[in-house]
Design a protein around this ligand. Structure first.
Ligand SMILES: [Zn+2]
Ligand SMILES: [Zn+2]
Length: 405
């Protein structure tokens, strides 16, 4: 290896950057791509990079995606290379910054994989497009790159591949065919009443009572309308109305987080939310229709069945039977799918472990995994470097080679 992957990982880990601010990270990636002799473009979707590597004159186009951003979390791992970085969030507040989701590991693994693929060009044919994506944590980076033309200016994918480090034992790969991660939407609902004096409720339309009834009725969507065998979440995470006890305000605002496994469930829950919101407004005698705004929308991460079967067999051959497990569907969400959805290509997104297997086994035996094994976004989330880096690199290489000519 020309790239010292340990040094690269430590450097990225010490210098985490918030979403859409990944300029130093992009600079480090650009340096390595230049050294490897791989063509690339910077500044796609603000801070994203796409790199292209060809071998032979034809063959499939395989996209390999890594996200680059970090989180406003104060690192508490106690590592010698722990982050002490600070950043400024979009509201202008200074915050601690940490690679608490392991995206530094994703960048390291993808650069390591690119070096291996460059050095074995005579063994494969086709095109590898490596996408270093900003702002996954905002659920906005892949769409920013697409809006900036990444699907038009670069060879369109025949398959999109991506991976995420996770609290499984290092050496283990988790992947399933079908829904791997949930879809989610964030909604803002504005309810309009008629403001007035608190002593004269009959002359007003009270948006606080309207909001209270709406929140309660929304709870019946999952409990009364969704098949108990299906997964759905309707959470009202914020509610704001009014400034003073003797003023009935003119409006109320609710913020909702919705989760579901597929587009059909999404459509169904969305329709029910809208029906409840409108009906409660009508029940209150509202003179103005409520508004419902989708603030962000992440599609489900759905792994293509045929491609996943093929890849699982390749992983078994490369890493040994028993390495690959079905981790079940995660209720978290990802924005990697947009690259596949907008291009019509199949997607496979897998997880790979970063926890010391002995530590994991001890927690498993004691029944304390939930308490003792830090998850992504925890200030203690800390993949061990070995064999996590090697498995991350090799998983990408094995997967890319499986779908290249
Ligand atoms: Zn994350
Ligand atoms: Zn992540």
């Amino acid at each position: 290896m020309t790239i010292d992957l340990d040094a690269l990982y430590i450097d990225l880990h010490k210098h985490p950057e918030l979403s859409f601010q990944e300029t130093r990270t992009a600079g480090v990636i650009a340096q390595h791509l230049t050294a490897l002799g791989i063509e690339f473009e910077e500044g796609i979707g603000r801070t994203g990079i796409a790199a292209v590597m060809r071998s032979g004159t034809d063959g499939p186009v395989v996209w390999l995606r890594a996200d680059m951003d970090a989180l406003p979390v104060e690192e508490r791992t106690g590592f010698e290379y722990a982050s002490t970085a600070r950043g400024t969030d979009p509201s202008g507040i200074e915050v601690p910054v940490m690679h608490a989701c392991g995206h530094d590991m994703h960048v390291t693994a993808l650069l390591g994989a690119l070096e291996k693929l460059v050095n074995t060009k005579d063994e494969w044919s086709g095109t590898v497009v490596a996408v270093f994506q900003p702002a996954e944590e905002y659920g906005a980076g892949s769409q920013a790159m697409i809006a900036d033309g990444v699907l038009d200016r670069f060879p369109k994918p025949d398959i999109v591949l991506g991976q995420h480090v996770t609290p499984l034992p290092a050496g283990t790969i988790g992947v399933r065919s079908g829904t791997q991660m949930a879809a989610s939407d964030g909604l803002t609902v504005k309810l309009f009443g008629r403001g007035g004096h608190g002593s004269r409720p009959h002359s007003t339309i009270d948006p606080i009572v309207m909001a209270a009834a709406t929140v309660m009725r929304l709870q019946t969507i999952v409990s009364r309308e969704i098949d108990p065998r299906d997964v759905a979440v309707v959470t009202v995470g914020s509610i704001h109305a009014g400034l003073k006890n003797n003023i009935i305000p003119a409006e109320a605002t609710l913020e909702l987080s919705l989760r579901y496994p597929d587009d059909e469930a999404r459509a169904s829950v969305m329709e029910k939310v809208e029906r409840v919101v409108r009906a409660e407004a009508q029940a209150s005698g509202a003179e103005e229709q409520p508004t419902i705004t989708v603030d962000h929308s992440l599609p489900p991460t759905i792994n293509d069945a045929a491609a996943t079967t093929k890849l699982t067999a390749a992983f078994d051959r490369a890493f040994g039977e028993g390495t690959v497990i079905d981790p079940g569907m995660f209720t978290g969400s990802e924005d990697v799918s947009w690259f596949a959805r907008d291009s019509g290509a199949p997607l496979i997104f897998w997880f790979w472990g970063g926890v010391d297997p002995a530590v994991y086994a001890a927690a498993d035996a004691a029944g304390t995994i939930a308490r003792d094994i830090p998850t992504n976004h925890s200030p203690f989330f800390a993949p061990i470097m070995h064999p996590t880096i090697e498995v991350g690199v090799d998983a990408l290489v094995v997967a890319a080679r499986e779908f290249l000519g």
